[in-house]
Ligand binder design. Structure first.
Ligand SMILES: [Zn+2]
Ligand SMILES: [Zn+2]
Length: 555
């Protein structure tokens, strides 16, 4: 019998940027596919958009097909894979599948949003299986920089896919099992039609190294420090957290956790059966009473986040943790590109205050969670996919990964990006369509379009300042009282401002004389003329053109 069904892959996020991963797989007849989503993450926004920190993939394409959406599967609990779940799920409303640690963390996200996720959330045991419509999916535990990272082996009537998620080959991850080479070879032996694989560290030669190596090196570092130690790292790296606990204990120090997400991950990990054999942490309020040479703090804010504990400690804004001359701060994490300025500002401030800074620049206190080229080579050797689809990277990463796969002799490597609809089978793999894709910004408790006029206004105000003018018009159609003028964010001193107000009042009188204030039809023209003339006054003095708002009130 002829199979008219197509097997489709379509990334909506994460293929073209690092972050906000969202991948669709479809199966069915043309224009009548059934879909699953793998991961639904956030991305971090740089300083270019004032007031916005997070972005999420635009889910419109799958929203239009939500009746054919069978479920969301999560590979692991990093924010670039799960961060958007509680924001986007309410409009998707489908089952969610996750392993225990990931499930516990997303339950909390839903609780924060006051959404009862209840039976929609299905917990998959490690290396478990789930059948969803035409997809028969095996979770395959790999190693990464978080607990329970999973690849998904997706069996379909057209063949098997391997969606790697984020991974590395850690020969000693300290928590959880090491990379299961035998299992991956077995998957390869059974035949893999396409591998959809992480591209993050494709420019890195060699291997990423092991958490065990970091633990050994961290101990040596600790042994040589005489005064207070503050370590900062990603809270989600539980192996690293355990390393800091163990090293502290070995050198006879207490440990105190600082920052909300440190406590959240610590509690979640304990709840899921991890971190059982460690000395319990001290509350920072009690840790204050411990001598400097007997305490280690482990805190959030390794990327210099303004609200992270590290930034608050450095700025002496933290109620319980402070630094003195001769203390040491250890940054046990990579500097995520884009965060250099923020972080180096913190490093500089510390050094100026005679506090020692240890980072991956001057010590071995971190390994990456993503595979170097030697590990990538191993994976391709084990899996031997017919088709390689690089994802999880910027265009430059995916192109390098594409060239790498080509050099390894993968028969059909593919270069794709967000919105590409790829027919993996039947026939030769091919991009058959471009679907709507993009990003949405998380603004306060709203999700807004990146072209939103609110943002244009905000950027305009942030760059140019604000001028707000209210005119009060009497029944007879005259200007009643003086106009109310407010100017914000422009470099005037008080004297200049007063002078400017006089000039503006004169201008308002002059301009409004040219229009009949009683005639509502003239209103728009009057406002336009006022905007233009008043801006000219400001421009002549400051060379700035403020965002201008004019309101007419009739009494
Ligand atoms: Zn990850
Ligand atoms: Zn990731």
């Amino acid at each position: 019998m002829k199979n008219n069904n197509e097997l489709i892959f379509c990334p909506l996020g994460g293929s073209g940027e690092i972050g906000m991963n969202m991948n669709l797989y479809g199966y069915g007849e043309k224009n009548n596919h059934q879909w699953i989503i793998i991961d639904i993450g956030v991305g971090f926004v740089d300083d270019s958009v004032p007031g916005i920190d997070l972005m999420v993939p635009d889910p419109d394409f799958i929203l239009q097909r939500k009746d054919d959406l069978l479920g969301i599967l999560l590979t692991h609990a990093h924010e670039d894979h799960i961060g958007a779940i509680a924001l986007l799920w309410p409009s998707l409303e489908c089952p969610i599948y996750a392993t225990p640690f990931t499930a516990t963390l997303i339950k909390e996200k839903f609780r924060e949003k006051k959404i009862n996720i209840g039976s929609h959330l299905k917990i998959i045991e490690l290396n478990g299986n789930v059948k969803i419509g035409p997809f028969d999916i095996n979770y395959v535990t790999l190693t990464h920089s978080i607990l329970e990272p999973n690849a998904l082996q997706i069996k379909t009537p057209h063949g098997t896919l391997l969606h790697t998620g984020d991974w590395k080959c850690d020969t000693d991850p300290l928590i959880g099992k090491q990379m299961d080479e035998i299992k991956l070879k077995e998957i390869g032996k059974q035949g893999v039609l396409a591998m959809i694989c992480d591209s993050t560290n494709i420019f890195t030669e060699g291997r990423s190294g092991s958490e065990k190596d970091v633990r050994e090196s961290m101990l040596t570092v600790f042994e040589n420090i005489k005064k207070k130690i503050i370590v900062t790292t990603f809270a989600s790296n539980v192996a690293r957290m355990e390393t800091v606990f163990k090293c502290a204990e070995k050198v006879g120090r207490h440990l105190s956790l600082v920052g909300r997400s440190m406590h959240r991950i610590y509690n979640t990990a304990r709840e899921c059966g991890y971190l059982q054999n460690i000395k319990p942490p001290l509350d920072p309020r009690d840790a204050k009473k411990i001598p400097r040479d007997k305490i280690v703090y482990l805190c959030t804010g390794s990327q210099g986040e303004p609200l992270g504990a590290m930034n608050r400690i450095v700025n002496q804004e933290h109620p319980d943790v402070y630094l003195d001359e001769g203390d040491t701060v250890i940054f046990s994490s990579r500097i995520i590109p884009g965060n250099e300025k923020k972080l180096f500002k913190i490093h500089n401030q510390l050094v100026k205050n005679n506090i020692n800074v240890i980072s991956e620049e001057n010590a071995f206190i971190h390994v990456s969670g993503h595979p170097g080229r030697d590990e990538m080579r191993d994976m391709y050797e084990w899996i031997k996919p017919k088709i390689s689809i690089p994802v999880h990277g910027e265009h430059r990463h995916m192109k390098e990964h594409y060239d790498f796969a080509t050099s390894l002799g993968v028969p059909q490597p593919m270069l794709i990006e967000n919105g590409d609809m790829i027919r993996i089978a039947p026939g030769e793999p091919k991009i058959i369509d471009k679907v709507h894709n993009g990003k949405l910004y998380v603004d306060g408790n709203r999700v807004i379009d990146d072209q939103s006029r609110f943002l244009k206004d905000r950027k305009n105000i942030a760059h140019n300042g604000l001028m707000d003018v209210t005119l009060i018009i009497s029944k007879k159609g005259n200007l009643d009282r003086n106009p109310i003028i407010n100017i914000r964010g422009l470099p005037f001193n008080d004297e200049e401002l007063d002078e400017c107000f006089y000039e503006m009042e004169d201008e308002i009188l002059k301009t409004s004389k040219a229009y009949s204030l009683n005639n509502k039809k003239h209103e728009k023209n009057l406002i336009d003329a006022l905007k233009s003339n008043l801006k000219k006054i400001i421009y002549s003095k400051t060379r700035k053109r403020p965002y201008t708002n004019i309101t007419l009130i009739r009494v």
